[in-house]
Design a protein around this ligand. Sequence first.
Ligand SMILES: [Zn+2]
Length: 325
Amino acid sequence: MSLYGGIDLGGTKIQAIVLEREGQEVLGKARRPTPSDGGPRAVVSALAEALREAADEAEVAPERLEGVGVGSPGEVDSGSGTVSKAGNLPGWAGEFPLAAALSEQVGASVIVGNDVDVATWAEFELGAGRQARSLLGVFWGTGVGGGLVLDGEPWHGRGGAGEIGHMVVRRKGARCPCGRRGCLEAYAGRKAMEAKASREVDRGCNSVLFEIMRERGRDTLGSGVWARALHHEDELAQRLIARAVKALGAGIASAINLLDVELVVLGGGLGTRFGEGMARRVAHAMQGHLFNDQRPPELKVAELGDLGGAIGATLLCDGATARRR
Ligand SMILES: [Zn+2]
């Protein structure tokens, strides 16, 4: 039995699993909030704790794992195991040797990959993209991330490919969390949507969004809060989601006009939460922007769900997503 560790390091939560490779069975899992202060050191401790808890559940000592893969935001150098520009992680300035630091704490070898590349590859290998040769993964969550598989190979460009969240959908448009204007993420990223909702409510707009957030004991508008507000037919939530869908349609269609991949996989916190119905809305929003409008790509919801990032991270141990780095 070969057991692997996989960790999805997100801006708000850390998900760790222990996976039995032959049967693709998740034997242990654990979730932790991402520390909001303490920088990379605190993050590494939380990663180690989550992995130990998952390993406990799987009844294996962490040092007995064949390897541990970590999907991390930011710019990842898989060779050296360093992570930089992880803007969604608080206090993470400059370059940090994540693989070495975590390996020291858990006693197993650690490989790090970019979170979105990892999740895209997981969908290609094991999820919604199993039948595809080429696909675009769109991860609609805190930000909007993108990953590419072209003709059976992951495509990283010079290391920075797939940033669909920063495709310009409107010149001189809304300010993006990246500091630029008019990016897709400025309209569809959860962080940008929350900032916009907050401004609208301050201006006197009626909405149950922040009430639902407080009722649920949250301090951000997570995907569950948006879903609940839509269920209550909250006008502001409906308007901001419609605005996000329009932007996603324009951005994804533009990427398709360039790449003509056969499949788009829609994942991420919001993408997964809203499911097929929302995927159809996004496909509809794309239609008017597709140059080859007679032959749209297929649009599917990511299949690996919440654990997709962590499952994908275990694949890093095979070197799959690290190819051509
Ligand atoms: Zn941007």
